[in-house]
Design a protein around this ligand. Structure first.
Ligand code: CP
Length: 345
């Protein structure tokens, strides 16, 4: 049956966010380290609107029709790449996915030349994951199009932190004054860094917990505002007491061989988020994990899939958050927006 025959399932016209988008000035999204509370609030409110779009029987709107979104991933991904692709498609954009391993990157093409090439074929938004910290920053310096950081090396993963914040706010109402414990391999975690910026900006009490070998030096110090005000704790049994949110980070197998910890079993004994430890947190504390999870290492199977787990909700919210990001940055970043700003449309 066609949609013409069923007016009840014709997608409603895109309801523009009822927020004042004049507060949005960014062409790129590279990290959250300089985000204001107002900007974070705007992303959260825009995500609410996108959730409503996703709840429709036919979740498709033409908001980004004529916009080309390219995902360029130099590292593997399941959640981030898929949810950006879906976010673009729901909003009516053309979405092209490129894995660096199957592109001319494998023939030696440089990052800058790759960005210029994608721009030349019409990319308006480049979603980039790079194994080197700073890769998307270099792209943003080169590109006329918008660049969104989908995770760069050890540095930042801003859309993950935005979806984490959205998930926490959905459950807690407000994160101000809430104790959020992030436990795991802080040294190599771009998720922890971006979360620390967003959560502290919103007034959460952020406690970062790791073995001393996996906690960056000077993490708890405010270095001329270049580090957010977090507390650092190396004992999870202490850190988790009265937590409202417990977020476990992926313990990367490759680190196990790097001599950072004696081994997976010893790490789990001291740092695994399991039922016994979770009992020390506040009743009903949220359990989160950015994924992919090593069940039985940083998180036990029963906690990962238990009543307090928000892991699947995080993934689901990732689509709406990335729709919000695409919508907001294309207010300022697309060729249409630039042309309109010049009076050419
Ligand atoms: N959380 C996250 O970035 O997952 P993917 O690597 O699957 O994108």
């Amino acid at each position: 049956m066609t949609t013409e025959a069923r007016p009840d399932v014709v997608p409603a016209p895109f309801a523009a966010p009822s927020t004042d988008e004049s507060g949005w000035k960014r062409r790129h999204l590279l990290d959250l380290d300089d985000f204001s509370v107002e900007e974070l609030d705007l992303v959260m409110r825009t995500t609410d609107t996108m959730k409503e779009v996703l709840s429709r029987e036919i979740p498709r709107v033409p908001a980004l029709r004529g916009t080309t979104v390219v995902t360029l991933f130099y590292e593997n991904s399941t959640r981030t790449r898929t949810s950006f692709e879906l976010a673009g498609k729901v909003l009516g954009a053309d979405v092209i996915n490129i894995a660096a391993s199957s592109s001319s990157v494998s023939k030696g093409e440089s990052l800058v030349d790759t960005v210029k090439t994608l721009q030349a074929v019409g990319a308006d938004v480049l979603i980039m994951r790079h194994n080197r910290s700073g890769g998307p920053y270099l792209a943003a310096r080169t590109a006329q199009c918008s660049v969104v950081n989908a995770g760069d090396g050890l540095h930042a993963h801003p859309t993950q932190a935005l979806l984490d914040l959205y998930t926490m706010r959905g459950a807690l109402g407000d994160v101000r004054g809430r104790k959020v414990v992030i436990v795991g391999d802080l040294l190599h975690s771009r998720v922890a860094r971006s979360n620390a910026w967003a959560l502290t900006a919103m007034g959460a009490d952020v406690v970062l917990c790791a073995p001393p070998t996996l906690a960056p030096a000077r993490l708890g110090e405010a270095l001329e505002d270049r580090l957010p005000p977090v507390r650092v704790e190396t004992n999870l049994d202490r850190a988790i007491v009265d937590a409202d949110v417990v977020m476990a980070l992926r313990m990367q197998h490759e680190r196990m061989q790097g001599g950072y910890v004696p081994g997976a079993r010893e790490y789990s004994r001291l740092y695994q988020v399991n039922t016994e430890r979770l009992a020390r947190a506040n009743p009903g504390a949220l359990v989160m994990h950015p994924g992919p999870m090593n069940e039985g290492v940083e998180i036990s199977h029963d906690v990962a899939h238990g009543l307090q787990s928000r892991v699947e909700e995080q993934v689901t919210n990732g689509v709406a958050v990335r729709m919000a990001v695409l919508w907001l940055i294309t207010r300022t970043g697309t060729k249409q927006a630039r042309a309109a700003a010049k009076g050419a449309l």
